[in-house]
Design a protein around this ligand. Structure first.
Ligand code: CMC
Length: 385
């Protein structure tokens, strides 16, 4: 063995610069292009934050109108994507569904490009691809949930902004303003978070000069895991297991004795609380009031206080967003695809940043397998010495 220091999980390793977002665990802050995320969530539509992530500045009225027009033009589920989704078995997980759909979008879009060198695209082409994916993913999420419920596709509405239209396509009715607002905030909070596992995955794929769609498909695969995006779904499974606030203490005793990870708590970077939680918790509070569900809040606060008291590990964004999406009416399995629809903005911003100053990402490993050995009876070939 060597004396090489291994950083398991790349913990604490800084691998590159980024101008897209800054996570500061010491001040418990998260900035997108310099703006605190809670300020963006309180004031901006998600489309404006997408523009900010891609361009580095918030849009003026004309720029926002132009982005919205393009987004509206690409909202509808295209036939090839709908057919691909319809071919999947009804039990397919929605994350597998959206990963497949994103792959189909890429295959269709790049169909006329005959070689791998051209598929990587120019900066302008990649911005267009980013906007088209951003516009197309909500219909996939919405259709997926409706298909699982045996409901028909609801086409998009041109008179609604991104968040209101997303809810319209999912539920087939106009959402109340308080719900649209909470949903918009959740999309902004989920949009970007520096070199998290899925974003880093997208950057690794991009670093090989592969195309933007391939990088996004790989990122979706990384996000599915319950240690990352899959945690928002997992939080609701835990809530369902516990049932009511009265059961929290006994349930936690058992879960901790079994050394279970409590989903929605803990973070690789934030050790004293996730900077996005207060904003999402405030949105959850408005939903609890709107739907008159104090029982949800009781379970939420009891589990949080008991777990923090016992382990000193704080909630992450998935903890308030899980019950918030549940109250809005999303199926539990749809939660992580919602994260995809939001994070595609951050992923694509990182893909374009990686393309602008690329270096192949190819780390080293320290070998700890068997010493060199040989195949019995192998006769050395002079030509390969
Ligand atoms: N429940 C119980 N114990 C925990 C938890 C948890 N949620 N999180 C950390 N710990 C314990 C862990 O068991 C370990 O204890 P010990 O030192 O005794 O073995 C210690 O805390 C350190 O944990 P770790 O997993 O080595 O730390 P990490 O920095 O690698 O983990 C994490 C970060 C997010 C993977 C982890 O906290 C976790 O698994 N949380 C639950 C899943 C979750 O909510 N994920 C969403 C993350 S935020 C949103 C996103 O990025 O998508």
């Amino acid at each position: 063995m060597t004396d090489i220091e291994i950083k398991k999980g790349l913990a604490g390793v800084t691998v590159d610069y980024t101008a897209i977002s800054k996570v500061n665990p010491d001040t418990n802050s998260l900035l997108y292009r310099g703006y605190p995320v809670h300020e963006l969530a309180a004031t901006e539509p998600f489309e404006a934050v997408a523009y900010l992530l891609w361009h580095g500045e918030l849009p003026d009225a004309e720029q926002l109108a132009a982005l919205r027009a393009t987004e509206r033009a690409h909202r509808a589920l295209v036939p090839a994507v709908q057919q691909a989704i319809d071919l999947l078995p009804p039990g397919a997980h929605p994350m597998d569904e959206i990963r497949t759909a994103a792959s189909v979008i890429g295959a269709v879009d790049l169909a006329d490009i005959g070689n791998v060198m051209d598929a990587v695209g120019t900066p302008d082409e990649n911005l267009d691809r980013s906007i088209r994916l951003f516009a197309a993913l909500p219909a996939i999420v919405a259709y997926g949930q409706r298909r699982r419920r045996g409901e028909a596709l609801v086409p998009p509405r041109d008179d609604l902004d991104y968040a209101a239209n997303f809810l319209w396509m999912t539920f087939g009715r106009e959402a109340d303003e308080v719900v649209v607002d909470a949903f918009n905030r959740s999309m902004i909070l989920y949009a970007e978070h520096s070199f998290n596992a899925s974003t880093f995955t997208a950057r690794v794929v991009t670093s090989t000069l592969s195309d933007l769609y391939s990088a996004v498909v790989a990122a979706i695969g990384a996000l599915k895991g319950p240690l990352h995006g899959g945690a928002n779904e997992a939080v609701l499974h835990i809530f369902d297991e516990i049932g009511t606030a009265d059961n929290v203490a006994a349930w936690l005793d058992q879960a901790l004795a079994a050394k279970r990870k409590i989903m929605g708590f803990g973070h690789r970077v934030y050790k004293r609380g996730d900077s996005r939680v207060p904003t999402m918790k405030a949105a959850l509070d408005t939903l609890v009031e709107h739907y008159d569900r104090p029982d949800v809040l009781a379970l939420y606060t009891t589990l949080e206080s008991e777990f923090v008291a016992r382990k000193g590990i704080y909630p992450n964004l998935d903890y308030p967003s899980g019950p918030a999406y549940n109250l809005m009416g999303f199926d539990t399995l749809t939660f992580t695809p919602l994260f995809v629809a939001a994070r595609v903005t951050g992923w694509t911003a990182h893909i374009m940043e990686q393309q602008a100053s690329n270096a192949l990402i190819r780390p080293l490993s320290a070998y700890n397998g068997p010493d060199e050995r040989h195949i019995e009876g192998y006769v050395p070939d002079a030509a390969v010495q």
